[in-house]
Design a protein around this ligand. Structure first.
Ligand SMILES: [Zn+2]
Length: 320
């Protein structure tokens, strides 16, 4: 039977919770994109109005040397130096980590999104707009840029939950956890009462989190006449798509952690093994993730080689 693997996975309540929570993040991302895009442009216009010297006529004098790396950026020209100062002025985390490596400073005068990326987490250098970003990127921007007037505690609570979802090594969360998540999403969405498209997703998220989530099986559709209203039916491919997207994000996160050596190689290896074991048992997901797994495996092997050759050596940076 085609559904067997998916059905078996969804039989595990904690795994189903994990997918539901992830689906919720995808809905959140979807409803924030338009809003964030508009606000980022408004923010950029505001900066230029306050400091006209930073506008489209300002040009970086040293594009090759004004190039940030990770958290480091030493501007080599007046324009970039001024932009950096201006960005920091609006950064709520200006004394902490700012991921300058996301940005192409030479584009700051003309490209609002390049400015926005200075307020986001690492690993977003190649993203050219909010439609390419995951929920945590957009949430971090809202949290770190003072243009957004919100209760930041409500934003950081959701970010914390998102990290717990992505770092869950066995891809499971408890039902108690899910209820807590629901409350935090609820509190967050309430900050945007005057944004219709964000409010529109409110009921969908509520429904998703409280419903018994069933897979739509056509032949069983007319099994009983009365439709249970608390049930949300998704097709097999819809659920598969959600799982795939979540797993991809999880692997990407693992990759960034490995690349930046934020966690011990053993921990990465352990997590990798859990995902591998999971994929061994679920071949419907395996094919779509082969490339991501390969990328992680090669990075890990590269690290191991470096470690055995020259202990304590720095891993070369730079991405493909
Ligand atoms: Zn410059």
């Amino acid at each position: 039977m085609v559904l067997s693997e998916l059905a078996a996975r969804l039989n595990c309540t904690e795994y189903k919770n994990w997918v539901k929570a992830g689906h919720c993040l995808l809905l959140l991302r979807g409803c924030l994109q338009g809003f964030v895009s508009r606000e980022v442009h408004a923010f950029h216009r505001g900066l230029l109005a306050a400091a006209p010297g930073l506008g489209p006529h300002a040009t970086c004098r040293s594009v090759s040397r004004c190039s940030p790396r990770a958290r480091q950026f030493q501007p080599q020209c007046q324009v970039c130096a001024e932009w950096k100062r201006e960005i920091l002025k609006h950064h709520t985390n200006r004394n902490g980590d700012v991921h300058w490596g996301n940005c192409r400073p030479g584009r700051w005068p003309v490209d609002a999104w390049e400015v926005a990326k200075a307020f986001m987490p690492r690993g977003l250098a190649d993203k050219t707009g909010p439609e390419e970003c995951d929920a945590v990127a957009l949430l971090s921007l809202i949290n770190s840029c003072d243009h957004f007037v919100v209760d930041r505690k409500k934003v950081t609570e959701v970010i914390k939950c998102r990290n717990e979802i992505m770092h869950s090594s066995d891809m499971k969360v408890s039902s108690v956890w899910l209820r807590d998540f629901q409350m935090k999403i609820h509190n967050f969405l309430n900050e945007f009462k005057n944004i219709p498209e964000i409010m529109a997703v409110y009921s969908r998220i509520e429904q998703l989190l409280t419903s018994d989530w069933a897979v739509h099986i056509p032949e069983e559709d007319q099994r009983d006449g009365c439709e249970d209203e608390t049930r949300i039916y998704l097709t097999e491919s819809q659920i598969n798509e959600i799982e795939m997207e979540l797993l991809k994000e999880k692997l990407q996160e693992l990759y960034l952690q490995a690349e930046e050596q934020e966690v011990l190689p053993e921990e990465i290896l352990n997590q990798l093994e859990v995902v591998k074991e999971f994929l061994r048992n679920n071949k419907d997901l395996r094919n779509g993730l082969a490339e991501d797994m390969y990328k992680l495996d090669s990075l890990h092997q590269q690290h191991e080689k470096l470690d055995s050759k020259e202990p304590g050596a720095q891993t070369p940076e730079g991405k493909t």
